[in-house]
Each structure stands twice: as C-alpha cells, then as structure tokens.
Design a protein. Structure first.
Length: 286
C-alpha cells in the first residue's frame, strides 16, 4: 500500500485531483477571476503590500469602514503550486460588509520554493499584520485566519505556531481559524501527480502535516468542506477535527451540503451565508 488503503497513484489522484472532480474546472477558475476583479473595483483596497524581502511576499488589504476592526486573514489554495492572492479577492466582499478588515496573503509557489518556505512566509505575513495593523485600521488583538484547500493546511499550521518562542509575539496572536476543504495529512502527496511540482521530502511531510502538530492551547477552529467533495477530502477534515477536539481544543464542523471543492468558499460573497455567519459568530459578532 502507498497510503492507507491506496495501492496505486491512479487511486490517490482520483481522490485528490480537484480539477478533475468537476465537469469543467475552467468555469470556477473564470468565476474566481471575474468576481475577484469586481470586488477589487467595488471595495477600497491596498494591493500587493510587501511583508517580506521577495516579490512573492505581499498581501492585499481590504479595510473595513470603521477603525479598529477585527482582521480576517485569508490564505489562498492552489495545491501550493498555483494561483495567487489576486484570484481570491472575492473573499473580502461579505466580511468587509459586516465590518471586518480582510487581508488576503500571497506566497511563493512550489517548486521554486519548498513547503517549509511557504509555511514560513505565511507565518511572516501574520507577524507583519500584527505589527502593522494600526496602519490600515485593524485591531491587532482580534486576528482570525482562514484558508481554502492548501490554505486550509496553512491555516492549521499558523494555529500551531509558537508565536512567543519564535517571533516574540503574544502566544494567542490568532484568536480563531476556519479551515475550508483543508489538507491536514501530507503523507499521500509524494505518491501523486503533484510530487514533481511539490518535490516533498519526508521531513517536510512530517514537519508540515497539521495532524501531527496540534497545539496544546489555541483559539477555536471551524472545519468545513463541500458535501460533494471526495471521500478523502472529507476524511482529512473529519479526522483532523476529531484529533483537535481530543486534545481538549474547541472546534466545530460546519456542513456545506451540495457544495463542491470550488464552491465551498462562495459563502464569502453573502453576509447571511452559513459560512460567513459562522466566521462572524466566531469573532463575537452574530
């Protein structure tokens, strides 16, 4: 067996190749691009603000109308090898309407950088946001994180960070998180079509699998995924949430029946959606 009960790459690819999980992936890709462009046109935003020394280390800020607003950090997906913050501006629409400042982070992609470096860049982005929150009207003491797919893995890794020991920041810098269609066990990926792009070593797999790094103390976590996603995507989230709760941490599952991997984030477009409502409730809102 390569991984669990899977004995061939084809079997694993069938579970994890999200582009082939829908009849026409380009429909969703076009929707992300066009809707994100529309959101950028409609909302005041500061784009490609650098947080690190390389060109890829930048973020897009969508400030709420009122000062000292809670901050929602969003980390995009793309299997660590595709896409950027620009395709995910759409997630700012409903939260900003609800009085939340949204920051969509960008990071360098594999194989130009390693998985370790992507995690480091994501942590550096949060550290920058904490130190500079007042410059864009955000409340650094109310930072929440969310991410989709690969961004779900990065969300969980951010929540597992030793902020005090590594960055000299408050241990509770992140007050809560929402992992959407996340990947929490990286063990299958060296056996899939992704490996030539990811070039994962086993050390990187072990260091960056959130299921192996559940913190002892951290804020609340929402885990959600589309009801039409593959069994492996569902299992990864279910087992991670179970392990999270087994450690005595607060976590909740938000069902999204009828959603697929790509529509699991469209709740960010509607302030009254189940997804947006759950995140706002986590922040102490509705």
């Amino acid at each position: 067996m390569l991984y669990r009960n899977f004995s061939t790459q084809a079997e694993l690819d069938a579970e994890y190749n999200v582009e082939k999980s829908v009849p026409d992936f380009t429909v969703y890709a076009d929707f992300y691009v066009k809707t994100s462009a529309s959101v950028r046109s409609a909302l005041y935003c500061k784009l490609q603000v650098p947080f690190g020394p390389t060109l890829a280390e930048h973020l897009d800020i969508f400030p709420a109308a009122q000062p000292d607003a809670p901050i929602l950090v969003f980390i995009h997906g793309g299997y660590w090898r595709l896409l950027s913050s620009q395709e995910f501006s759409l997630v700012a629409k409903a939260p900003v309407e609800a009085g939340v400042t949204v920051v969509v982070t960008n990071y360098a992609l594999c194989p130009a950088v390693t998985m370790d470096e992507i995690v480091r860049q994501s942590r550096a982005a949060v550290a920058w946001i904490y130190k500079n929150a007042s410059s864009f009207g955000g409340d650094r003491d109310r930072i929440y994180v969310s991410g989709h797919s690969a961004g779900g893995q990065l969300t969980a890794m951010l929540m597992a960070t030793d902020w005090e020991g590594t960055y000299g920041l408050p241990a509770d810098i992140i007050k809560g998180g929402c992992a959407i269609s996340g990947l929490f066990d990286l063990m299958p990926f060296p056996y899939t079509w992704l490996q030539p792009a990811l070039q994962l070593t086993w050390g990187e797999v072990l260091r960056n699998s959130p299921i192996l790094h559940i913190p002892d103390k951290v804020g609340s976590l929402i885990v959600t995924y589309g009801g039409d996603e593959s069994k492996e995507f569902q299992r990864q989230s279910d087992e991670f949430l179970a392990a999270w709760k087994a450690k005595g941490l607060h976590g909740e599952y938000l069902p999204q029946p009828g959603k697929n991997h790509f529509t699991a984030i469209d709740g960010f477009l509607d302030v009254n959606s189940d997804l947006c409502t759950a995140i706002l409730r986590q922040m102490g809102g509705r």
